[in-house]
Design a protein around this ligand. Structure first.
Ligand SMILES: Nc1nc2c(ncn2[C@@H]2O[C@H](COP(=O)(O)OP(=O)(O)OP(=O)(O)O)[C@@H](O)[C@H]2O)c(=O)[nH]1
Length: 528
């Protein structure tokens, strides 16, 4: 977890993953709250339209019944028959084959008083019976008769009507007034027909509509009037109640419908969802790749460089790839390099200031002491180091006579002279006091050091710097004390410098403008 939070790569990854999840969540929510309801609504509209088609097909069946009953009711022979004029009508028309051919279960002729005049039909066992009125063996028709004449009893207008008969078995009923011809105003009676809604007829309806239909008798009050049940991802059942006789009942149409539209829409939507998800994942990967190559990898390179800068003894140079970049990281690298160069220059300047004398520019006491310490650091057997201490003679008088500024110039001239004479040998010349100089002579014996001191004394004399008030001579002179490392006696930097100081004192005391070399036997170094 800590790694995940401290690494930019992981943080970017987590952030982009979060964005991806949010986007997918948004897609799913849009699907659930916006698209799915539209698909379901569309499915309901489709189911309703299919039920309309089924109902129209049923109406068409009732239409056939309507025409059939009217054809018979407006037939002269039927008119005469219900007036008792054609007794042969029964034998010539109302036999078993006629009803079979017309696919009728029952034909009822009512006379002018709306009383059963003749009944022909198939009973519950399928036996054909034909009788003058409701009497054995035609009394089975009594319930149907009751329902068929109900509209007449209710003052029904004299017109042809058809219904669904919600009497088990389910059937279609038609009722028409009997007229001599179509212009005849008063009816001579009624003709009712019943056609069963048999399995074969329902099969025809299925073939015509292409819908898997079922019909059932239900109570008229059963709700809802229209409903939709999604029974599987591929199928649904749409139901609708249609009016029937008796009015206490209704016929429910059940249509088993495929859900291809819904499935197809769902497939399309899923396809779009997967693609969108895929594109989002690809975008995430591309963004991560770009981040890695454009930002994170250069940043890591930069970070490694700054770590090496901190740890390596020799500062490494900035990777060229970073400096060459033209983007913000390139600018950052170049600015960092400039800053580093500036800082290194400042450090060098600071070091220079802490190790050199500001007036003469030569080393100061700090640097001199460090170098002397270093020289005496190695194995005692191989130590060979000498030191000089140089002091200008009567410099106070010089200052008093020529002024302090001239005194400074004199100090600079002498420092330059010493550098010129001694640094070529690798000796370190330092200003270690006001008008006092020290020279460190590594790998030099006392005798050699004395020889160099003599040469220096001559060189100062050769400068010929006038010193009008000097009791020593007419020119500026110096006194030099020389000392060298002596194993067991002069071993530390303090020992050597004290000895050199002692020797300088002797040189001054001996009349100035001279050298005195410290010999442990002849000179004594006061021990602290
Ligand atoms: N112009 C100048 N004078 C300095 C500087 N530092 C020290 N002095 C002077 O050097 C003089 C040293 O005088 P003293 O210590 O009395 O010694 P001296 O006059 O040289 O006499 P001896 O050393 O005994 O020969 C003092 O007058 C200091 O003011 C400096 O940076 N510039």
């Amino acid at each position: 977890m800590t790694v995940a939070l401290t690494s930019l790569r992981h943080r970017f990854f987590l952030a982009l993953l979060g964005v991806l999840c949010l986007a997918l969540l948004a897609l799913v929510l849009v699907a659930r709250l916006q698209i799915m309801p539209i698909l379901l609504e569309d499915e309901e509209a489709f189911a309703s339209a299919e039920l309309d088609r089924a109902e129209r097909a049923l109406d068409s069946e009732l239409g056939h019944m309507h025409r059939l009953v009217e054809d018979w009711a407006y037939w002269d022979d039927t008119y005469d028959f219900v007036h008792g004029k054609r007794p042969e009508y029964v034998d010539s028309n109302l036999y078993e084959d006629t009803l079979d051919t017309l696919d009728l279960a029952l034909m009822v002729f009512l006379d002018g008083d709306s009383e059963p005049y003749w009944i022909a039909g198939f009973d519950e066992k399928g036996e054909f019976t034909s009788c003058p009125g409701i009497q054995p063996p035609c009394d089975w028709a009594a319930p149907a008769m009751r329902h068929l004449r109900q509209p007449i009893d209710n003052g029904f207008e004299e017109a042809t009507q058809t219904w669904l008969l919600a009497l088990p078995p389910l059937a279609m009923g038609a009722l028409s007034p009997i007229h001599q011809n179509r212009e005849d105003a008063s009816s001579a009676g009624w003709l009712a027909m019943v056609r069963p809604l048999s399995e074969s007829r329902i099969g025809q309806l299925r073939d015509t509509t292409g819908i898997d239909l079922r019909f059932d008798i239900v109570g008229a009050g059963s709700l809802p009037r229209e409903s939709l049940e999604r029974i599987s991802p591929t199928h649904m059942t749409a139901s609708r109640h249609v009016a029937a006789i008796p009015t206490s009942h209704a016929v429910r149409i059940d249509a088993l419908l495929p859900r291809q539209r819904y499935q197809a829409s769902l497939e399309t939507f899923r396809f779009a969802l997967y693609w969108t998800g895929g594109v989002l994942v690809m975008t995430l990967l591309v963004v991560l790749w770009l981040l890695e190559h454009m930002i994170l990898a250069p940043l890591r390179q930069f970070s490694r460089y700054t770590q090496r800068l901190h740890h390596d003894a020799v500062p490494p140079s900035m990777p060229g790839g970073l400096l060459m970049r033209r983007d913000e990281i390139g600018t950052l690298a170049r600015e960092f390099r400039n800053l580093l160069t500036h800082q290194q220059q400042q450090s060098a300047l600071l070091l220079e200031m802490t190790q050199h004398d500001p007036l003469t520019g030569i080393a100061n006491r700090r640097l001199f002491d460090e170098r002397l310490e270093e020289q005496l650091d190695g194995s005692p057997r191989h130590r060979r180091v000498a030191a000089m201490m140089i002091d200008i003679d009567h410099f106070k008088l010089y200052n008093d006579h020529y002024g302090h500024q001239a005194g400074d110039a004199c100090l600079m001239t002498l420092a330059e002279c010493m550098e010129e004479k001694l640094s070529v040998y690798g000796f370190l010349v330092a200003r270690t006091g006001g008008e006092e100089f020290s020279v460190l002579l590594p790998n030099t014996s006392l005798d050699t050091a004395v020889a160099h001191a003599e040469a220096l004394l001559r060189a100062v004399s050769d400068l010929g710097l006038p010193h009008a008030t000097s009791p020593t001579g007419r020119h500026v002179t110096v006194s030099i004390g020389v000392a060298a490392h002596v194993p067991g006696q002069l071993t530390t930097p303090a020992d050597i410098m004290r000895a050199a100081d002692q020797a300088l004192y002797r040189a001054k005391a001996g009349g100035r403008n001279r050298i005195h070399a410290y010999h442990p036997v002849a000179d004594s170094v006061p021990q602290e």
